[in-house]
Design a protein around this ligand. Structure first.
Ligand code: NAD
Ligand code: DAU
Length: 341
């Protein structure tokens, strides 16, 4: 198959691109506008004539349509987004532009390509944050949980999910939506919890924990998420699932932020004295947890990377890739750290 990946220079997108090449897709096209979190170094070393990078935005509908038509794209994995909750609290505009209007632009380009004879399947990569927040004793989110986003990032992702569902219903688009919990692994931009804490601890800097650190996240290794995305694509393109189906992916790994930071300190043999409690994130979601029994039953999917192995490999990756770290801690990164902390 010939695949288009949007946001392929980002954290998860770069792992999706590598996996698509491993899986011998006939053509792998990566469309990325290279925002602060998009980094061509995430794909360093790829030397494969099947791979083609296009520097451009999903908001440019004409460009997206011409890529689909000229490359005869048969499936799209859509990851391009503004992805950081804290940034969406400071300024929501880029999130509305990319996550909502960019998805609108992509959907319209897929429709007009179909009118021009090219039909594509779409996997829309969404997030568990659209379900809102759980209390301590509540059941994990299932695909039937209500959509109840509580921060601006999550609201824009929920809006994009609804657009995709509306296009499936109205225009008979062949699409499926995935909702995954918190990913970790190599190449994650160090504004997110695990790389931020790892790099700060390596430098002997303070580790800023929001509020009391008792918020719970369900951590999943990025390779398990990527496997789930490709299983969904396989099932959709073989017509084993109906268009419009949603699949949750989670890691069976609920931990408080304080526990997570403790694990990172253990890996690095660093002191707990580095921990610093700072003012809480406004509207901070208390707990995310995922029931992935639907994916398990219909896609034969389950997470396979143990947290202990995944975290050790991730921390080692940041220790061993100082050039990459240097390349992302640019002016934009420094501005963000100064503004936020
Ligand atoms: P990221 O911020 O690392 O990467 C986003 C990528 O999208 C970057 O390469 C960026 O340059 C690109 N991009 C942004 N705007 C674009 C535009 N207009 N046109 C083309 N490219 C554009 O994000 P990530 O953590 O890799 O997340 C990828 C997707 O997965 C997002 O849709 C996110 O909502 C979703 N997701 C992330 C997680 C997580 O834990 N990181 C969990 C579940 C779902
Ligand atoms: O659940 C999936 C979501 O996970 C994805 O959709 C988002 O794109 C991704 O960014 C992530 O969102 P979170 O807000 O959960 O991730 P983040 O790494 O920003 O924060 C994880 C937890 O750690 C959260 O409870 C806030 C806390 N935190 C984070 C930072 C950056 C801190 O205590 N201190 C920090 O400095």
């Amino acid at each position: 198959m010939r695949i288009l990946i949007t946001g392929g220079c980002g954290f998860i997108g770069s792992h999706v691109v590598k996996e698509a090449l491993n899986r011998n897709f006939e053509r792998v096209v990566n469309l990325d506008s290279l925002t602060y979190s998009g980094n061509p170094k995430n794909l360093h070393g790829i030397n494969d004539s099947k791979y083609h990078f296009i520097h451009g935005s999903i908001n440019d509908g004409g460009l997206v349509e011409s890529v689909i038509l000229e490359e005869r794209i048969e499936c799209v994995i859509h990851l391009a987004a503004e992805s950081h909750v804290d940034r969406s609290i400071r300024s929501v505009k880029p999130f509305v532009e990319t996550n909502i209007d960019g998805t609108r632009s992509l959907l319209e380009a897929i429709l007009s390509s179909r009118d021009n004879g090219i039909s594509t399947d779409l996997i829309h990569v969404s997030t568990d944050e659209v379900y809102g927040s759980l209390g301590a004793g509540e059941r994990p989110f299932s695909e039937d949980s209500s959509i109840s986003p509580r921060n601006p990032y999550a609201a824009t992702k929920a809006a994009s999910d609804m657009l995709v569902e509306a296009f499936v219903n109205t225009h008979k688009l062949s699409a499926s939506i995935t909702r995954c919990s918190n990913n970790y692994g190599p190449n994650q931009f160090p504004e997110k919890l695990i790389p931020l804490m790892t790099l700060n601890a390596m430098d002997g800097k303070k580790l800023p924990i929001y509020g009391d650190g008792q918020q719970v996240r369900d951590w999943i290794h990025v390779s398990d998420h990527v496997a789930g995305i490709f299983s969904t694509l396989d099932a959709l393109s073989r017509k084993q699932i109906d268009p419009g189906e949603v699949f949750n992916f989670g890691g069976d790994c609920e931990m408080t932020n304080l526990e997570m930071v403790g694990e990172i300190l253990l890996q690095l043999d660093a002191s707990e004295d580095l921990i610093e409690f700072v003012p809480d994130r406004p509207g901070h979601d208390k707990r995310y947890a995922i029931d992935y029994s639907k994916a398990s039953k219909l896609l034969d999917w389950k997470p396979v990377v143990s947290f202990q192995r995944g975290l050790k490999e991730t921390v080692d990756w940041y220790k061993n890739n100082s050039d990459w770290v240097k390349s992302v801690r640019t002016g934009e990164y420094k501005n963000w750290i100064n503004e936020q902390y």
